[in-house]
Design a protein around this ligand. Structure first.
Ligand SMILES: C[S@@+](CC[C@H](N)C(=O)[O-])C[C@H]1O[C@@H](n2cnc3c(N)ncnc32)[C@H](O)[C@@H]1O
Length: 227
């Protein structure tokens, strides 16, 4: 991971928790992913960012773990939980680390979620193999990511963000700036639904189920695969 990459996530970590949940398409994807987690108890949030998925899973009584490469994101997760979730309850389960080298035993988790992370990982197949190793047989990977860059999609998302920005114009302007920088400099892989399907199979998963493609204004795919 380059230093530039680190910086962009550190910048984003300052506002991510506050701004993203205000966007309807973010909440819609989040609800779908959380819904797919229901049959599972011990869940890894791989690339958890500031914990917007993590906290929902925790509140539902899941035994949830989080890992993210960016220390600022992990810090934001811990601060963001505030008094609702005691830090002692999660501290040892939320760590800074690379999803390509997971510090967990084989077959440790019932499921892992990986949301909008893989496009930023230089070697996505190795990350998928590592997730496969850490999930138990019969367990699931629930994974979402952006469709390949396209001008129409960028336009639609920007328009929607501006529509929903409301009073928080300054912060949303900042989000738009960061999103643009991510698209220009940190979009390491462009992963289509076909490409993620191939990689997931190569990593050892099977029984893939696809969800509807209208999510995130059609700019994100989401699927579940079993080990
Ligand atoms: C767009 S954010 C998504 C955060 C969260 N999954 C969500 O949907 O709210 C992408 C996150 O992936 C993390 N990330 C990128 N590469 C990673 C890697 N190799 N291992 C762990 N985390 C990584 C970044 O630090 C960042 O927090």
């Amino acid at each position: 991971m380059t230093e530039g990459n680190e910086n962009i996530w550190s910048e984003y970590s300052r506002i991510y928790r506050k701004v993203l949940p205000q966007l309807s398409f973010f909440r819609e994807l989040q609800a779908k992913v959380i819904g797919l987690c229901q049959p599972y108890k011990k869940i890894l949030d791989a690339g958890c960012g500031p914990g917007l998925y993590f906290e929902k899973l925790f509140e539902q009584g899941k035994d949830v773990y989080g890992i993210d490469l960016n220390a600022g994101m992990i810090e934001s997760l811990k601060k963001g939980l505030g008094s609702r979730i005691p830090l002692e309850a999660i501290e040892s389960k939320v760590i800074v680390g690379d999803i390509k080298h997971l510090p967990y035993k084989d077959n440790f988790f019932d499921a892992a979620i990986n949301v909008n992370v893989l496009y930023n990982v230089p070697d996505p197949l190795n990350a998928l193999k590592e997730l496969h190793r850490a999930i138990r047989p019969g367990g699931a990977l629930i994974i979402a990511g952006p469709v390949p860059k396209n001008a129409e999609g960028e336009r639609i998302l920007t328009k929607k963000i501006l529509e929903e920005a409301g009073e928080l114009t300054q912060e949303f302007t900042y989000v738009l700036k960061i999103n643009k920088e991510i698209l220009e400099k940190h979009f390491v892989n462009e992963i289509s639904l076909e490409k993620i399907t191939d990689m997931i199979i190569e990593a050892g998963f099977s029984r893939i189920t696809y969800t509807d493609s209208t999510l995130y204004l059609r700019q994100v795919w989401l699927l579940k695969a079993e080990k």
